[in-house]
Design a protein around this ligand. Structure first.
Ligand code: PAF
Length: 282
């Protein structure tokens, strides 16, 4: 696997793949790779002839006071994992390579509506930062396929909308959440949890499972969500949101069948997110 840091070298390498008629599958990441990321690489491997991963801790998607500086940077380890997973090329640019004029005057991509509320409500500007860097990576790599985790459900919805609205010729593939044995969704931020918090963290998933069961059995959504919030607070979480939306993140109505429960909750300074899809009864 080659690691490239410069745009010109990336373009040269990609030209070679395209010349050979190979389908390029892209896996954008911020590094500190775990099994969830490797599932993205495996899916990209299945769908493309060539797998290109990117590692870039994107400052544009971090708000003031968020964990940009603390975000784990583990490039050497990540390179080994990607190589073992069958990745062909890694693009790991410096911040100044993608944002040579700094962040202030940077052209940004905004995906309205779907970026609002949920994580977009708690993290203003976050999805503009994600949409901007993903658009940039799509232009630089021009992939046929791009794989993203379903753990970041709203992010995936934002990227799907972006691709549709800008008519980008990229097949966006959502890859199911990878969980630890106790149910905790894998995330680079799980590394911030101390032992006691790590023991509590799976209760986020357990709560979503209990709510899904209740809703699938016809329980009232408002009562069920209120019960879920109380459970999370009792377990020691500070919930940012717990919501039931339709699968496209619109409001649930009497005719909604395919829905999703979404939660974000803090354990100490660590913000965890999770979601669970469900079918509502008629
Ligand atoms: O999901 C992530 O790791 C990031 O938000 C992404 C998509 C790589 C953009 O920086």
């Amino acid at each position: 696997m080659r690691t490239l840091r410069e745009i010109s070298l990336l373009r040269e390498a990609l030209d070679e793949f395209r010349h050979r008629g190979q389908r390029i599958a892209l896996v954008p990441t911020m590094g500190n790779l775990h099994e969830g990321h490797l599932a993205l690489v495996a899916e990209a491997r299945r769908r493309g002839d060539v797998v290109v991963a990117t590692i870039f801790v994107n400052p544009l998607q971090f708000g003031a006071g968020e964990d940009l500086d603390a975000y784990p940077r583990t490039l050497a380890d990540d390179q080994t994992k990607l190589e073992d997973a069958g990745c062909d090329l890694l693009f790991a640019p410096e911040t100044t390579t993608l944002y040579p004029r700094g962040l202030e005057g940077q052209t940004r991509v905004c995906v309205p509506e779907v970026s609002e509320g949920l994580c977009g409500g708690d993290r203003p500007g976050h999805f503009d930062g994600v949409a901007t860097v993903v658009t940039m990576l799509f232009h630089l790599v021009q992939p046929d396929i791009a794989c993203f985790g379903e753990k970041d459900y709203q992010q995936l919805a934002v990227i799907r909308r972006l691709v549709a609205d800008l008519h980008l010729p990229v097949d966006v593939v959502g890859v199911p959440i990878v969980r630890a044995e106790d149910g905790l969704a894998l995330s680079s931020r799980n590394g911030y949890l101390d032992a006691a918090q790590r023991a509590t963290a799976p209760l986020l998933y357990c709560t979503l499972c209990a709510l899904r069961e209740a809703l699938a059995a016809g329980a009232d959504p408002d009562d069920t969500l209120a019960d879920g919030l109380a459970r999370l607070r009792e377990a020691g979480f500070a919930p940012d949101y717990l919501e039931l939306r339709n699968a496209d993140l619109g409001p649930v109505t009497a005719t909604t069948r395919e829905a999703v429960l979404l939660a974000a909750a803090r354990l100490g300074p660590t913000r965890l997110i999770d979601n669970l899809s469900l079918t509502l009864p008629r």
